[in-house]
Design a protein around this ligand. Structure first.
Ligand SMILES: *[C@@H]1O[C@H](CO)[C@@H](O)[C@H](O)[C@H]1NC(C)=O
Ligand SMILES: *[C@@H]1O[C@H](CO)[C@@H](O)[C@H](O)[C@H]1NC(C)=O
Ligand SMILES: *[C@@H]1O[C@H](CO)[C@@H](O)[C@H](O)[C@H]1NC(C)=O
Ligand SMILES: *[C@@H]1O[C@H](CO)[C@@H](O)[C@H](O)[C@H]1NC(C)=O
Ligand SMILES: *[C@@H]1O[C@H](CO)[C@@H](O)[C@H](O)[C@H]1NC(C)=O
Ligand SMILES: *[C@@H]1O[C@H](CO)[C@@H](O)[C@H](O)[C@H]1NC(C)=O
Ligand SMILES: *[C@@H]1O[C@H](CO)[C@@H](O)[C@H](O)[C@H]1NC(C)=O
Ligand SMILES: *[C@@H]1O[C@H](CO)[C@@H](O)[C@H](O)[C@H]1NC(C)=O
Length: 595
């Protein structure tokens, strides 16, 4: 396998060299110094965004960023849990190398002294700053968010994040609750603000400070908390998503022939007051239809609220003169089930849990304008004004009339949105990306040394990558005028994720087993056509998986079943396909690198 990756390095080096030269020249032609980096990571964000084709979503600022970027449409995380995912993509190593599947160890002590993405920039002369949730705070990042290794100054955390588990959601009779669904009046909240507003304010001040000093490039990482639960957001964002516009998940029942080990019982939701009050049965639920709609509505509203913070941040990047020399990356740390498969939250190997948005903006490359503007677009002023006026201006007589008026309104609303969609030109890559690819990709785009591919067991090597640089994909897509194209360049043919379980049957800790309790590891692989998963025996003392002891297998035919509703693994007609996918899964990521 290492032979293969060597072959790739040699055969591509000439090409990569040309790419690097031309990237650097793009930037130096513009007469600018090393580009700065704005790295935006959004907690629990699935691709519920207008630019990803979700016409319900009101996310004008991220959509605007996407028009000046390459949008990666098939991007997957290594594990659908915040701490392990972040440690993985910030070190560019997979969970089997970081040895972090829970929240309770620090890779520098538990696995190896691995260099992180921000640390690499810091070591190459950048001023690096962390704002909000970038590393998972606490033990997973040494109780310091990996300061001073990764950051020039200590990480900033918004003070109001202290109320994450507090009873602050208004309910009947003036009482307050610890709910999932939590639209609020911001000025009445403790501290008079919300975490993402505070993070954005801090980051804007950072630009203000740095604008006095253009001599040192920066790497600013901003981690937004929404749409992670609680779905706490300024309540006016709810108006963007009238309830009768919200539908249940396309496939919202228990999948056919799903092995129970794959099931995530969404324990974290059950701890919240509003879910508790529903008296749901463990582990399958299901959540009542009304509450599914309310949770979906609030997830969308929280996403639009987050979009407004992204918009204000990008606007400030421009105002302070950085936008034409700053690479902007926006990524989710993992996805979220919104009732798909009768499930909620992350904690699984389903597509909805492991697929994330990834948008990469490179001035001079993905946007050739010299003056790149990011004017703030208020999500609240995008579409709903018409709705308000329309519904206000009609005196409703009967229920029937009310339905008709809603229908007419929605028609109008849809026309406006879809017209906007068809006018927009996104440069889309459908190549399979994994978040371990971020580190080498961003390094190459900024003209920094690109870490070489890790050999097996790279515990003693500080700087290497278990991903691949996608800089050449970005360059190639940027230079094609047609949007929505794959580049035709050779690229990896499969991507890999994993999720641990303590037991075959779902139990209280199935979502988040501590390392010592892990008995089973679900390894999943996504190709362009299939998702294939094996749940196998795992030993937490030695980190060894036993491919011969299988507790469940899943095969989804994505072309005919994009919802992953029907597990086909147990049909003899698919035995051949299954064994060829199984072979690649066992051989792992090195075996699918382009040759
Ligand atoms: C993005 O991927 C989705 C799901 O895999 C697919 O339905 C959609 O057509 C893709 N979008 C583009 C623009 O290719
Ligand atoms: C880990 O790496 C950092 C930065 O390269 C270095 O300062 C530190 O001494 C290393 N720690 C150990 C235990 O090797
Ligand atoms: C900006 O600079 C001021 C003055 O040096 C300092 O007090 C403040 O903490 C800085 N803020 C940020 C976000 O860097
Ligand atoms: C400006 O940048 C220089 C060089 O990196 C640094 O030494 C100095 O402290 C910076 N000044 C401010 C105000 O950040
Ligand atoms: C849930 O159970 C409690 C106590 O048994 C009961 O008071 C409440 O009405 C139940 N709620 C629902 C929605 O069934
Ligand atoms: C960068 O943008 C500013 C305006 O914000 C413009 O004045 C300047 O010429 C641009 N520089 C380059 C090299 O494009
Ligand atoms: C909608 O109402 C607002 C004030 O309520 C008004 O300013 C705006 O012009 C109205 N828009 C339309 C399209 O009627
Ligand atoms: C792996 O699983 C097989 C089949 O259950 C079993 O015979 C073997 O002993 C296991 N190996 C280890 C190292 O546990």
């Amino acid at each position: 396998m290492s032979v293969k990756s060597c072959t790739m390095d040699t055969s591509m080096s000439a090409y990569v060299f040309v790419v690097i030269l031309s990237l650097i020249s793009t930037i130096t032609n513009a007469g600018l110094s090393k580009p700065s980096v704005l790295f935006i990571v959004v907690d629990d964000l699935r691709p519920a965004l207008g630019c990803y084709g979700n016409s319900l979503m009101v996310t004008p600022n991220i959509d605007n960023l996407a028009t000046k970027s390459v949008l990666f449409n098939n991007t997957f995380v290594q594990q659908a849990l915040c701490g392990p995912s972040r440690t993985s993509f910030l070190t560019s190593r997979r969970p089997d190398t970081t040895h972090l599947y829970d929240f309770y160890s620090y890779w520098r002590k538990a696995a190896g002294n691995f260099t992180t993405l921000p640390q690499h920039f810091k070591q190459n002369g950048y001023f690096t700053q962390s704002v909000g949730k970038v590393f998972h705070p606490g033990v997973s990042s040494g109780h310091t968010d990996d300061f001073p290794y990764s950051w020039s100054v200590p990480a900033y955390h918004p003070p109001t994040q202290a109320y994450k588990m507090a009873k602050v959601c208004p309910g009947p009779k003036g009482n307050v609750y610890m709910d999932i669904v939590c639209p609020v009046t911001v000025k009445d909240q403790p501290g008079g603000s919300l975490p993402d507003i505070q993070s954005r304010e801090f980051a804007v001040n950072f630009f203000k400070n740095m604008s006095a000093n253009h001599s040192q490039p920066f790497f600013l990482a901003v981690g937004f908390h929404k749409p992670h639960i609680p779905l706490k957001y300024p309540k006016e964002y709810r108006d963007l998503y009238p309830l009768n516009k919200i539908k249940l998940a396309h496939h919202h029942t228990f999948p056919l022939r799903l092995p129970l080990v794959a099931w995530n019982p969404w324990t974290d939701l059950r701890e919240r007051d509003d879910i508790k009050a529903l008296n749901l049965s463990f582990p399958f639920g299901p959540v009542t239809k009304d509450y599914q709609l309310l949770m979906r509505q609030s997830y969308y509203a929280a996403t639009s609220y987050m979009d407004s913070q992204v918009g204000l941040l990008l606007d400030a990047l421009h105002t302070h003169g950085f936008s034409n020399n700053t690479i902007v990356v926006l990524v989710g740390d993992h996805g979220w089930s919104l009732g798909e498969h009768q499930e909620w939250s992350k904690y699984s190997n389903f597509e909805v849990s492991v697929r994330v948005p990834l948008i990469i903006h490179v001035p001079g490359l993905t946007d050739k304008h010299t003056d790149i503007t990011f004017q703030y677009k208020d999500p609240l002023k995008q579409v709903h004004v018409k709705y308000r006026n329309h519904s206000r201006s009609n005196l409703v007589q009967t229920q029937r009339e009310k339905i008709d008026i809603q229908k007419n309104y929605f028609k109008e609303y849809n026309v406006i949105r879809s017209k906007e969609f068809s006018l927009k030109k996104y440069k889309v890559s459908n190549d399979l990306m994994e978040l371990v690819d971020l580190f080498p990709t961003i390094s190459e785009l900024a003209g920094l040394p690109v870490p070489s591919t890790c050999p097996p067991n790279p515990f003693k090597i500080d700087l290497c990558t278990e991903g691949s640089s996608a800089a050449k994909l970005i360059q190639s897509i940027s230079h094609t005028d047609s949007s929505r194209q794959s580049t035709g360049l050779r690229w990896k043919s499969a991507v890999f994720s994993q999720y641990p379980r303590p037991s075959v049957e779902p139990q209280e800790n199935s979502d988040k087993p501590h390392l010592k309790d892990i008995r089973i590891m679900g390894y999943t692989m996504r190709t362009q056509q299939y998702r294939y998963t094996e749940w196998v025996q795992f030993d937490p003392a030695t980190f060894h998986m036993n491919w011969s002891r299988v507790y469940g297998t899943e095969l989804y035919l994505r072309n005919s079943d994009p919802d992953e509703a029907e597990n086909m693994a147990y049909f003899s007609s698919y035995a051949e396909l299954r064994s060829s996918l199984s072979r690649v899964l066992h051989e792992g990521w090195r075996s699918v690198l382009p040759t």
